[in-house]
Design a protein around this ligand. Structure first.
Ligand SMILES: [Zn+2]
Ligand SMILES: [Zn+2]
Length: 357
């Protein structure tokens, strides 16, 4: 009886969750339109009121313009560049001016799915079938085959492709799935737009901080304390509300950007960060240590995420709103030397999409 009851309650929760997904999915474009309007009002207030008051105009004007271009550019990319679905054909980098140019040394090197480098230990991703959308990746690693036959039917299949997850809102499998963001970008964050997502957060922090740092002097004028005229097109109320919003966003986005960059430095996505917590616990109970095989050290993890440094793109690509190809096609991953899978995780213990819900 109690089990039946629990199951009914669970089923009820699932239904509510699914309806919630559908509503947020439908409201997504409204949120995106709202975000574009707010960003534009913010930029207008800044360039009309604050920017003309800055010293060293020859230096500060170009910097302000570059920051604004990055903010809008990365926001545009994160909303429009598909996150990388498992059943999409592999992408090739574009040739338009919006694409960053590779280093000369890396330009003519043959790319076979991943950024080839002798110093990186790169393994093909293990794969299996998604129980939701039925996508099957053909490339199954031999190592995984051996482990499958070892544990027989008790083996719990991971995702259809290593590091990919099924998104319930898009109803498709996404390569290197991080999360689905219905509020700001109305799509998934995956291998192809994660770089733009993080850079958008960073430029959001920089621009809101500039707005507050250089704009506070105008707050008292807008409040009418000095009996000074307000010669600007943007009404004082609009400026004050934008200022308050910038303050709130600055704090919230700084925390969010910091957390994301920390996870990237650890070689994890948002989903993996939760999974690894679980693996760490069970490994500890056995007296073992969990080792994240994607973790190549803070600096290397960050370089691979942004695809910069040796064999990647030049560092200046971080400062321009350019499109950059990820270091991998999402079907092969750089690993710690000597590791084929995570250390301290036994066969059958890996979490599936169902477990994670
Ligand atoms: Zn799927
Ligand atoms: Zn999604």
């Amino acid at each position: 009886m109690s089990r039946w009851f629990t199951r009914q309650v669970f089923r009820c929760f699932k239904t509510v969750e699914r309806i919630g997904d559908r509503i947020t999915g439908a409201a997504g474009p409204v949120f995106v339109a709202l975000a574009v309007v707010l960003l534009s009002i913010g930029a207008f207030c800044f360039f009309e009121i604050i920017q003309p008051s800055l010293p060293y105009k020859w230096l500060t004007t170009p910097i302000c313009i570059v920051i604004a271009l990055n903010l809008f550019g990365h926001y545009y990319y994160v909303c429009t560049v598909p996150p990388g679905f498992v059943d999409d054909s592999p992408r090739v980098p574009g040739t338009s001016v919006l694409w960053a140019k590779k280093r000369r040394s890396a330009r003519y090197r043959a790319l076979t799915g991943v950024r080839w480098s002798e110093e990186l230990h790169i393994t093909r991703a293990a794969s299996s079938k998604c129980r939701r959308c039925g996508v099957m990746r053909p490339e199954v690693s031999r190592f995984r085959d051996i482990r499958l036959s070892m544990v027989g039917k008790s083996w719990k299949l991971r995702h259809d492709c290593e590091r990919s997850h099924h998104c319930r809102i898009c109803n498709r499998c996404v390569l290197k799935y991080d999360h689905h963001c219905p509020v700001r970008i109305n799509q998934c964050v995956g291998i192809h737009n994660e770089r733009h997502f993080v850079l958008f957060l960073v430029y959001m922090v920089v621009s809101t901080a500039c707005f507050i740092g250089f704009g506070w002097r105008f707050v008292l004028v807008a409040l009418g304390w000095f009996d000074q005229p307000w010669p600007y097109l943007a009404p004082p109320v609009c400026f004050l509300l934008t200022f308050i919003l910038a303050g709130v966003l600055c704090m919230a986005v700084t925390a969010m950007a910091g957390w994301h960059i920390y996870m990237i430095a650890c070689g994890e996505t948002s989903v993996e960060s939760q999974d690894h917590e679980h693996y760490r616990r069970i490994a500890k109970q056995r007296g073992e240590t969990f080792v994240n095989s994607y973790d190549m050290g803070y600096l290397k993890n960050l370089q691979l995420f942004f695809n910069i440094g040796q064999d990647g793109y030049p560092y200046y690509t971080l400062l321009l709103p350019l499109r950059v190809e990820p270091y991998t096609d999402g079907r092969a991953w750089a690993r710690r030397p000597g590791l084929q899978s995570h250390g301290g995780v036994h066969p059958g213990e890996e979490l599936t999409d169902e477990d994670e819900e």
